[in-house]
Design a protein around this ligand. Structure first.
Ligand SMILES: NC(=O)c1ccc[n+]([C@@H]2O[C@H](COP(=O)([O-])OP(=O)(O)OC[C@H]3O[C@@H](n4cnc5c(N)ncnc54)[C@H](O)[C@@H]3O)[C@@H](O)[C@H]2O)c1
Length: 257
């Protein structure tokens, strides 16, 4: 049997990078995926390429009614909701002294509040699906290694990803207490070669290219690939990870070791 046979997974940030790679893994393992992204052109094109097991819904993760619509569309299209991947996010460089209040709010609204809204809106639909259809539900929130440690050059991002880590544990405990059959875990990637970090690869830092500098942060000596993170997420979305909830899953080439 395929690893997520007939499971329906809603993926914010599904048009690109780790979200898109996860959608490919989900359908390869028998599931259905709904790509939810603010980049409609990219999301629609990917949904078309991936075929009938994939749909696209427009979503700005900071917009609660848009989340409600994304959840409703998912249930109407594929008959339920078993999994949620909160992958939408933005990466920015700033320090405590040069970050404006506006920028701090923007980064935290997308990365942290967007994850909160996704969990809040998806849980009732997931609980209903599981009650009616059986099986297990799973929420995966993408944090970062920068949700586990600091980086003076990415203050607002670190704060937003630390919030995702903590939110995840609270969602996990609530769902366990309510006996919904929904687990919730956070994933903490190191630097992954996706469009998000593309602007950082070309510059020069400490007489190295941006790419080389980032590579040296990882004991494995390279950047991660979106597919490597997607493999971990697939495990968490599947019932194979049935005894894991409220935990941190690190995928970082040894960076935090
Ligand atoms: N790439 C890395 O090095 C890395 C490392 C650690 C964590 N992460 C996290 O992984 C997640 C996925 O990032 P990625 O590397 O795949 O980046 P990416 O830029 O390839 O994909 C991010 C997607 O999120 C979407 N998005 C951004 N803001 C949105 C909003 N307000 N509403 C809806 N969609 C929005 C973008 O349109 C894009 O499709 C992010 O949360 C990121 O912070 C990435």
């Amino acid at each position: 049997m395929a690893r997520v046979e007939n499971k329906v997974v809603l993926i914010s940030g599904g048009a690109s990078g780790i979200g898109a790679a996860t959608a490919r893994r989900v359908i390869a393992e028998g599931g259905k995926a709904v790509l939810a992204d603010r980049d409609a052109a990219k999301g629609e094109a990917l949904a078309k390429e991936l075929g009938k097991a994939v749909a696209f819904v427009p979503l700005d993760v900071t917009d609660e009614p848009a989340w409600q619509k994304a959840v409703t569309t998912t249930v109407e299209t594929f008959g339920g909701l078993h999994g949620l991947l909160n992958a939408a996010g933005v990466g920015v460089r700033n320090s405590i002294e040069d970050c404006s209040l506006e920028e701090y709010r923007r980064v935290n609204d997308i990365n942290s509040m967007g994850t909160f809204l996704g969990c809040k809106q998806a849980i009732p639909a997931m609980a209903k699906t599981i009650k009616e259809q059986g099986g297990g539900g799973s929420i995966v929130n993408i944090s970062s290694v920068l949700g586990l440690r600091g980086a003076s050059y990415a203050m607002a991002y670190c704060a937003s990803k630390g919030a995702v880590r903590s939110l995840t544990k609270n969602v996990a405990l609530h769902c366990a207490q309510m006996k919904y059959g929904i687990r919730c875990n956070s994933v903490h990637p190191g630097y992954i070669d996706t469009p998000m970090i593309a602007p950082r690869l070309s510059g020069t830092i400490d007489n190295m290219s941006g790419r080389q500098w980032l590579e040296t942060l990882h004991p494995l000596g390279r950047l991660g690939q979106a597919e490597e993170v997607a493999n971990m997420i697939l495990f968490l979305l599947s019932d194979e990870s049935g005894f894991s909830t409220g935990s941190e899953f690190v995928c970082d080439g040894g960076l935090t070791a």
